[in-house]
Write a protein of this length. Structure first.
Ligand code: PLP
Length: 388
């Protein structure tokens, strides 16, 4: 097999890896795109005579392997694993790394579903958790206990776009002998590479920017630690929440254009954040690209650009925020994020309803935007009419 056919590339440029890493031309046909191997089992050449190691698609499937190798390359890790959803990936990670009696530090503005996984599911299995402001490394250090095994971080966070210093938190984790997990969903590996900054595991909801077209639900784990990667892969197979072949194919397809999409998401979000700052009905704008954002300097240090998510508070409270969401026409009212189309939502009643009454509660007058890649003038005009 030529180097080109193996999907191995010497380039370390992200844009090249995104298209080629782990994505060899198909051995049988030369198909330039890895086919959708919609298959459960594989003919063996004699008992135990596997072709390419494939025996059953929960354990491994060539379409998923292509994605998993690509994910590992993009995050600069050794092992990538693809799951049926972001939460399935998180569940696998937590059940691999934790046991009853262990403790985890989680952020005070975690994704609602991640918080629910800790508070309603994992806690019942004897794992304790506490909440810390992860933008303050000292607060995280103070939250550590002898039983702490993991520090969980999302940066930028959801929905308040808080920024945590990955390098500093990796230092806190290393000193305490605990592991640092970074949910890199909001940034994507194009903008931020947590493993290079000292994180042990990267988590993704590939549903978002990686897939990028609002047509698939998926998740991923990537680690640079060979032994941990093996353990996670063992649990992935043992627990079974793998990405199906078509879903894996869609995520791979999305990733090929991640760099160009992200460039446009970032440019559009920057324009929109600046318009909102100047808008008389907007009381607060959350976007790490704004110089006045509390995490701007750290974001500038650890991110290539500032991402496509913008949140803001409006004058007039909860009803006013809901009304802005209802009046938007080009921005589609909906949950999720990271697709080519712009979305608008009210976190308090939608994505973050499950954290109401907890330390993670979000402001009632908050509106969250997932800024798409449409013409920015159309997006600006729509928001202005929604805010009128
Ligand atoms: C969506 C999301 C998740 C969960 O992923 P699913 O694919 O919906 O299971 C986790 N973390 C973040 C930051 C998310 O936005």
């Amino acid at each position: 097999m030529s180097d080109q056919d193996s999907g191995h590339h010497d380039s370390e440029h992200f844009e090249t890896l995104a298209i080629h890493a782990g994505q060899p031309a198909d051995a049988g046909t030369g198909s330039v795109v890895t086919p959708i191997y919609q298959v459960s089992t594989y003919k063996q050449d004699g008992v135990g005579g596997l072709r390419g190691g494939y025996e059953y698609s929960r354990s491994a499937n060539p379409t998923r392997t292509a994605l998993e190798r690509n994910l590992a390359a993009l995050e600069g890790g050794r092992r990538g694993l693809a799951f049926a959803s972001g939460l399935a990936a998180e569940d696998c990670l937590l059940r691999t790394m934790l046991a009853p009696g262990d403790h985890v530090v989680i952020p005070n503005d975690a994704y609602g579903g991640t918080f629910r996984l800790f508070a309603k599911v994992v806690e019942r299995w004897g794992v304790d958790w506490s909440v810390a402001d992860t933008s303050d490394p000292q607060a995280v250090r103070d939250a550590l206990r002898p039983e702490t095994k993991l520090i969980w971080v999302e940066t930028p966070s959801n929905p308040l776009l808080g920024i945590s210093d990955i390098t500093a938190l990796a230092g806190v984790a290393r000193q305490a002998g605990v592991r640092l997990v970074v949910d890199n969903t909001f940034a994507s590996p194009y903008l931020q590479q947590p493993l290079a900054l000292g994180a042990d595991v990267v988590v993704h909801s590939t549903t978002k920017y990686m897939g990028g077209h609002s047509d698939v639900v998926g998740g991923a784990l990537v680690t640079a630690d060979e032994a941990l990667g093996e353990e996670l892969a063992y649990h992935q197979n043992a627990m079974g929440a793998v990405a199906g072949p078509f879903d894996a194919w869609l995520v791979s397809r999305g990733i090929k254009t991640l760099a160009v999409r992200m460039d446009r998401h970032c440019a559009n979000a920057d324009r929109i954040a600046r318009m909102l700052v100047a808008h008389p009905r907007v009381t607060q704008v959350y976007y790490p690209g704004l110089p006045e954002h509390a995490g701007h300097e750290v974001a500038a240090k650890q991110m290539k650009a500032f991402g496509g998510m913008v949140s803001f508070q409006v004058e007039g409270g909860e009803e006013a925020a809901v009304a802005v969401c209802d009046r938007a026409r080009l921005f589609t009212l909906g949950e999720s994020l990271g697709g080519v189309e712009s979305l608008i939502e009210h976190p308090g009643r939608m994505t973050h309803a499950s954290v109401a009454g907890s330390a993670l509660e979000v402001p009632a007058d908050l509106v969250r935007l997932s800024v798409g890649i449409e013409a920015v003038d159309d997006l600006l005009a729509d928001l202005k009419q929604a805010l009128r």
